[in-house]
Design a protein around this ligand. Structure first.
Ligand SMILES: Cc1cc2nc3c(=O)[nH]c(=O)nc-3n(C[C@H](O)[C@H](O)[C@H](O)COP(=O)(O)O)c2cc1C
Length: 208
């Protein structure tokens, strides 16, 4: 069993999004056995060129951009993985460009045998403002996963206390600012996503 988390923040350190993803992967690991693996990949560590729209992937030909960048490395990490969690900060209520480049370029995996099909998927987001586009970012990520044939799961926590995904903000209810480590609901939601991805992945691939 292998669960991969992708952090979509371009920040090198002090990424709030990465902190929430770490929480999710920690919770996933707690639901798995010792021989299972959780891996965190930072999208910023990979050189991913833009999709040029050449449609080589539709014709099942190699992507010309993959000759010059790290996309094959990233694809290798994701193919045959049981669960994927993508965490993205809200950038104008959508995902940062470096993550969108990955999303667009991953069309090659879809066009060449739906390689991410049936992978369990969960989404996490973090924004500056309390109402900073979190639901839109989650929607972008979940629709991406559906497009890849992945199986999207929500947090499935308490029906009266928890939202459906991992989501936080720097801004507090009274308009002040906080560190992500002080955002209890965001941590709880992210951990629930990690746990849920691990649990459903274990059910789909029992005994792996
Ligand atoms: C280009 C850019 C666009 C942003 N757009 C939004 C936005 O639409 N709404 C919002 O609440 N915060 C926005 N932010 C703030 C980030 O979402 C926020 O700082 C988040 O915590 C960053 O996460 P990170 O530390 O993981 O990178 C934006 C930040 C940048 C750099």
């Amino acid at each position: 069993m292998r669960i991969v988390g992708i952090c979509g923040s371009p920040k090198s350190d002090k990424s709030s999004t990465r902190y929430l993803l770490e929480q999710a992967l920690e919770a996933a690991a707690e639901s798995l056995s010792d021989k299972d693996e959780t891996v965190l990949l930072n999208i910023r560590d990979y050189n991913i060129l833009h999709c040029t729209g050449c449609d080589s992937c539709v014709r099942r030909k190699p992507c010309p951009q993959s000759v010059n960048d790290d996309m094959p490395k990233l694809e290798k990490e994701l193919i045959n993985t049981d669960g994927i969690i993508i965490a993205a900060p809200s950038y104008f209520t959508s995902v940062p460009g470096i993550l969108k480049d990955f999303i667009d370029r991953s069309r090659h995996m879809k066009m060449n045998g739906s390689k991410l099909r049936d992978t369990i998927f969960g989404a996490i987001t973090h924004a500056g403002l309390k109402y900073g586009g979190q639901e839109h970012v989650i929607d972008v990520l979940n629709r991406y996963a559906l497009g890849q044939g992945m199986i999207v799961v929500g947090s499935a926590g308490s029906p009266v206390k928890d939202g459906n995904f991992g989501s936080g903000s720097l801004q507090t209810d009274d308009g002040n600012w906080r560190m992500v480590k002080d955002d209890e609901l965001a941590i709880r939601g992210s951990r629930l996503i990690g746990k849920r991805v691990a649990e459903v992945a274990s059910r789909i691939s029992p005994g792996e």
